[in-house]
Design a protein around this ligand. Structure first.
Ligand code: PRX
Length: 661
């Protein structure tokens, strides 16, 4: 018998249950008039021109937008500087002594910097980078823990017109090296280490291994975060301590006047080949897009303490830890460590301690919180919260309702925001003072965003499911892939005759115009909100000397959304027991899992590896991953008529059943 709470839950989960904006919230919301959609839809250029007034232009722009997919410009002719917009412009608005960042280290240390202090820190580092020879247009790689200095490094690059390329601290030396080489970064800014679950992650050691393969890097700046007694080797002539570099620099550094279409940053993300793509974002459109969406979606006001839990190594950290909230003059909460250290209520403790008002996190985290129990948030006073958000993966309705009840206390609106590294800023989301939110649906496209659903032939689907497509350019869209414009055009614009931008997601629309994102439809996985290409993992596996072939798929996972499962064929003669790959089957699988983690980073470690004598292939040799997914998810195996050897499936099913049991 379901208890009354379960009954209420199933009632909330009915397909058409919508949650109107709470009246108290809507009354004061920055945007509370649905007319914004019609106004923006009727004249998107005028809408964006109006939004561009949020940005402190050094020279006014001339044209809102020019060109069509794939190559467009926004706010051409305009000059601006993002560090100036995030710091100086805020100081001029009277925010000099306002907290720009409240930082909490995993070890409990708390530091707050005001806008004025942050500008000083950024200027010193900007001067320091210049003294190392960094010039406008040069690339600077950043491989750092979540610290105020990491944010300052991004802004210091922006201040002098250097292009930053942040690499998530969880990536391996090899991944870091690949990204540094691709961008020919001149300087790497890193740290001795960062804290994670009470241990130091030795970033500099990892960076040193990468630096053996990165001839472009002339200087390495090292933040002392883990400190004594953590050992850290410094290479004379190349490596310099962050504190030594900045201590001798002047407090002022005039911001470079950057063209709207000058590159602000490169951020690598996984695609359908083994090689990550360097997504290129420029300055003007990105500034307008992040400033506007932060204000509209998060209803940010001067009193808010905004906490986006993403690492700055991901686009969410770029747009909604750094550039969006600082351009809006908010106070940003920054936390270095894990959500379950020292206990599983760390996040709730942080919200209560620092009076966080807006909290933005990923469904994977929400599902973990759910599993850990609502008793934990109940230990803390979360009454400062007024809006909560979700990003990075589809949020299942059960997790949505839990979030709404136990974190939002049924009074905070939830924004489920769909966007990508490539889009630069939020594209699909309800507006919290306007839109009725529906669990599982990200909501309607943002004002002036022209998203639709199309079938395989590129015909628009009014209702029901299909492929998500964007019809017209938007300010923060990627401009190219670093060094590979052909890949840019082929990846995003080769379908449907170049009429749409192709994001790679499936979606469905309800009768109210809300879009539900159904997940990736290409060979890209979304594991705990992290994007990983199946080909990347396959290349890492095949790199092992004993591996002949590998096929990687994503299997539905209760917490992570998807888990990585690999089917591996060993080379002739290699069996479990061959030296170097383990004595038993289990040891061999473990060796291969660790091999992937070492090659790419722990985030890509397969959940399971199955050793198999053969893989399901078509007569032309293409591996049929769809059939592997059927096996891994325990479904009836689909059509096998195109297989070169249909008997493979029976053998694989037996293997899977054996290993699983
Ligand atoms: O599949 C979509 C999923 O994350 C992909 C983009 O990943 P990335 O570039 O790493 O950026 C993540 C953070 C913006 C998308 O193609 N995704 C992102 N947000 C959502 C989502 N899926 C469903 N709902 C979302 N709100």
């Amino acid at each position: 018998m379901p208890d009354s709470k379960d009954a209420a839950l199933s009632d909330l989960l009915t397909e058409d249950r919508r949650f109107a904006p709470p009246a108290a919230f809507a009354a004061d919301a920055r945007v509370n008039d649905a007319a914004i959609y019609d106004r923006a839809g009727a004249d998107p250029a005028a809408f964006w021109a109006n939004e561009a007034a949020r940005v402190p232009w050094m020279t006014p722009w001339e044209t809102v937008t020019r060109g069509q997919f794939p190559h467009v410009t926004w706010f051409d002719g305009g000059k601006l500087n993002l560090a100036h917009a995030c710091l100086d412009a805020q100081i001029e608005k009277g925010r000099a002594n306002k907290a720009a960042i409240i930082w909490e280290g995993e070890d409990g240390e708390v530091r707050t910097v005001t806008y004025r202090q942050l500008r000083r820190d950024v200027c010193r580092l900007a001067n320091g980078l210049k003294s190392l020879g960094v010039e406008r247009g040069d690339r600077v790689a950043i491989y750092m823990p979540m610290t105020i200095e990491a944010v300052a490094t991004m802004l210091a690059c922006a201040r002098i017109g250097a292009i930053h390329s942040v690499v998530f601290g969880g990536f391996s030396a090899e991944s870091l090296a690949g990204r540094i080489v691709d961008a020919s970064a001149k300087v790497l800014v890193t740290a001795d280490g960062g804290w994670r679950r009470g241990h130091v992650v030795a970033l500099k050691d990892e960076a040193d291994r990468a630096l053996l393969h990165t001839p472009s890097v002339e200087k390495v700046v090292v933040l002392q975060r883990a400190r004594d007694p953590f050992p850290c080797k410094m290479t004379p002539g190349r490596d310099v301590w962050y504190h030594d570099l900045v201590s001798v620099q002047p407090d002022q550094c005039p911001p470079e006047a950057m063209g709207a279409e000058d590159v602000l940053f490169i951020l690598y993300t996984s695609g359908t080949t083994g090689k990550p793509k360097g997504i290129v974002h420029t300055t003007g459109g990105y500034a307008v897009g992040t400033a506007a969406t932060t204000a509209m979606v998060f209803d940010l006001t001067d009193d808010d303490v905004f906490w986006c839990t993403a690492d700055i190594g991901w686009v969410t950290g770029h747009s909604y830890v750094v550039y969006g909230p600082l351009q809006n003059g908010a106070t940003v909460m920054l936390y270095e460590g894990a959500p379950d250290f020292p206990r599983r209520d760390r996040f709730w403790e942080i919200i209560a301690r620092h009076h966080v008002t807006i909290f933005y996190t990923a469904p994977t985290a929400i599902r973990a919180f759910m599993k850990w129990g609502h008793e934990l948030p109940e230990l803390h006073d979360l009454s400062s919260l007024r809006l909560i958000g979700s990003v990075g993966e589809p949020i299942n309705p059960e997790a949505w309702i839990w979030y709404h009840r136990h974190i939002g206390a049924e009074r905070c609106p939830i924004v489920d925001t769909w966007w990508q590294t490539e889009t630069g800023h939020i594209m699909i989301s309800g507006l919290p003072g306007v839109t009725a939110m529906k669990p599982g649906y990200a909501g309607p496209p943002m004002p002036a965003i022209d998203a639709c659903i199309v079938d395989d032939d590129g015909n628009e689907v009014a209702r029901g499911s299909g492929t998500l497509a964007i019809r017209t350019p938007w300010p923060g869209m990627l401009r190219t892939i670093w060094g590979d414009d052909e890949r840019f055009k082929a990846t995003y614009f080769s379908r449907w005759g170049g009429r749409f931008y192709f994001p790679g997601d499936g979606a469905k629309r309800d009768e109210h115009g809300n879009l539900m994102i159904l997940g990736r439809i290409d060979d890209v996985l979304n594991v705990a909100g992290h994007r990983i290409g199946t080909m990347e993992v396959e290349s890492a596996l095949v790199d092992h000397p004993a591996v002949a072939e590998a096929a990687v798929i994503g299997r539905a996972h209760e917490l992570k959304g998807q888990a990585i499962v690999a089917f591996v064929t060993l080379k002739d003669g290699a069996t479990a027991g061959t030296p170097g790959i383990g004595k038993t089957r289990a040891e061999t699988c473990e060796t291969l899992r660790q091999h992937v983690a070492a090659k790419i980073g722990a985030l890509a470690r397969p959940e399971e590896v199955y050793l198999t004598a053969d893989l399901p292939k078509t007569r032309s040799g293409k591996i049929m991953r769809r059939l592997l997914r059927d096996i891994a998810e325990g479904r009836a195996v689909g059509d096998t008529t195109t297989l070169a050897d249909p008997a493979v499936m029976g053998r694989l099913k037996d293997l899977y059943a054996d290993t699983d049991g």
